[in-house]
Write a protein that binds this ligand. Structure first.
Ligand code: AMP
Ligand code: MG
Length: 496
């Protein structure tokens, strides 16, 4: 299996392709075609991502597009490539990495399209270039779930499966995810050119990112004449906002290495991620993370550590260390401000004034402590509380706690505070801030198990629910429930 794909005529699906990354220069990538995937079949498809791309949704039923996105036939107008980057993994410099199993087709309508799991590249190191069905379904569903939650993320057009065997801890089967994002450039791309002492490439990369995505950096008043410091500040702010949203919704990424950090502040590289079930601030979702470096409550600090690495990589362009430090400072104000705003929104408290600030802070701190103490289901709690505020008939909130008197005391204080706000306003805010549906591990597992039996209906149902997670979706209560007992045996590692 080599470059056989090039023997086929290219398919034209009516998209206009640009390949701006490919124009950065040969030090940035290796041109190469995806490997063919034997006997591919559709596993999951997103009509909403097709719309974003300007792709006629009918193509998502076509055997031709299936072959193209499986890597079996070229797409007209694309220039497939694998990019090189480096990075820090688990706090250590890891040296050269790169797209070890992802191939960038090009960019259409301002969005890059990547095939993940599409074969060996020069950057595959010890890997086989493939991805398994299990992790591909998780990435597909979680990308769309995060988007539904309003959190910046790469998207996923589809998952394509094949019965080709792939060896992990056990033998599994192969899959390819078509991922979509304005750019897949990572902190690690900058670290690569800094570390390998290639200042010209570092500048080309930074200028490319600024011109395409952060044009305002050229006119920054604060960092006048230093667009690179302004870039670092802008990335810090986007990253701070993204991580604050993760913390508010209870999302644990699992592998926050600098090569998994998007320069656009997008959530990328879904691996051993998890939405919290019971609220455990120190939760470690990745079984390979023995030290808990990437535990849930470490994420805000780790993101800052990663930004510091980006700052070091940009230093040759920024010039003065003080400027880089000043640019990073924004993280320390934006993260707590966004996090607090989101947490108060979860409580329906939208009118924080000097009069109520102390009460509100107390309510927030105390409920987080009670939730942690009893490992209360995080998503269920907030959704039920929203229904209490709305006055709708809903299951009891206090029953989620072991410490019922503690819960009662807090709920009383909370209802007194809520009485100061127009009910409808608070309830509306809460019902659009506290999702009913998140991609819990057990739901992903159900989709995976059914798909292994060639039943893709669970993937389809989950996609529909997670695309609009704040809607009630009557009749789908099982998908909004706390995990069944068997779920505790699901182990999610880096293996994907
Ligand atoms: P990750 O932890 O999944 O973000 O991957 C870290 C690095 O390993 C990246 O350079 C990936 O492209 C590469 N990688 C992960 N899995 C594989 C695989 N099965 N084959 C080739 N490269 C891989
Ligand atoms: Mg990665």
């Amino acid at each position: 299996m080599t470059l056989a794909a090039q023997n086929f005529t290219a398919l034209d699906v009516g998209l206009t392709w640009r390949n701006s990354f490919a124009q950065l220069g040969k030090r940035f990538f290796t041109p190469l075609a995806p490997w063919p995937l034997p006997a591919p079949y559709w596993v999951g498809r997103s009509a909403s991502v097709a719309r974003e791309l300007g792709l006629n949704a009918l193509w998502l039923n076509s055997p031709e597009l299936l072959q193209v996105l499986a890597g079996n036939q070229p797409m007209a107008g694309t220039q497939p490539l694998a990019s090189v980057y480096s990075g820090h993994q688990f706090g250590q410099w890891a040296g050269q990495l790169g797209d070890g199993r992802a191939i960038l087709l090009g960019e259409t309508g301002g969005l890059e399209v990547q095939l993940k799991g599409s074969g060996l590249t020069p950057y595959s190191r010890m890997g086989d270039g493939r991805a398994v069905l299990r992790s591909s379904i998780r990435e597909f569903l979680c990308s769309e779930a995060m988007h539904g939650l309003g959190i910046a993320t790469s998207r996923a057009l589809c998952v394509i499966g094949s019965d080709a065997p792939i060896r992990r801890e056990t033998v599994e089967t192969a899959a390819v995810v078509t991922r979509v994002a304005p750019s897949f450039i990572r902190f690690g791309h900058f670290e690569h050119f800094c570390h390998h002492d290639q200042p010209a490439q570092l500048k080309i990369l930074a200028d490319y990112v600024i011109d395409r995505f952060y044009p305002a950096c050229r006119a920054s008043a604060k960092f006048s004449g230093n667009p690179y410091a302004a870039l670092l500040e802008a990335v810090s702010e986007r990253t701070a906002t993204m991580v604050a949203q993760w913390q508010a919704v209870g999302f644990c990424h699992g592998v926050l290495n600098t090569d998994n950090m998007s320069i656009l502040g997008l959530t990328i590289d879904y691996g051993p991620f998890q939405f919290l079930d019971g609220f455990d601030p120190g939760h470690i979702c990745n079984h390979s993370d023995t030290q808990g470096r990437y535990a849930f409550d470490q994420q805000p600090n780790i993101a800052y550590w990663n930004l510091f690495c980006l700052g070091q990589a940009l230093l040759p362009l920024i010039g003065e260390q003080e400027l880089a430090i000043a640019a990073l400072e924004s993280y320390k104000t934006v993260f707590p401000a966004v996090f607090e705003r989101l947490m108060f929104a979860k409580l329906g408290l939208l009118d924080a004034s000097a009069n109520t600030a102390t009460v509100d802070q107390g309510l927030l701190q105390d409920i987080l402590q009670l939730l942690a103490q009893d490992r209360v289901d995080y998503t269920l709690f907030w959704r039920r509380l929203s229904h209490v505020a709305a006055g709708t008939h809903a299951p009891s909130v206090r029953e989620l706690f072991l410490d019922r008197s503690g819960a009662d005391a807090w709920l009383l204080r909370y209802s007194e505070r809520l009485a100061l706000i127009p009910r409808g306003l608070a309830a509306d805010l809460m019902l659009e801030t506290n999702p009913k549906f998140v991609l819990r591990n057990f739901l992903g597992e159900q989709a995976i198990q059914a798909s292994k039996l060639k039943d893709y209906s669970v993937v389809e149902t989950l996609l529909r629910l997670l695309e609009s997670p704040f809607e009630e979706h009557a009749g789908f209560e099982d998908y909004a429930a706390s995990p069944p007992d068997w779920a505790s045996s699901i182990e999610i590692s880096c293996s994907s």
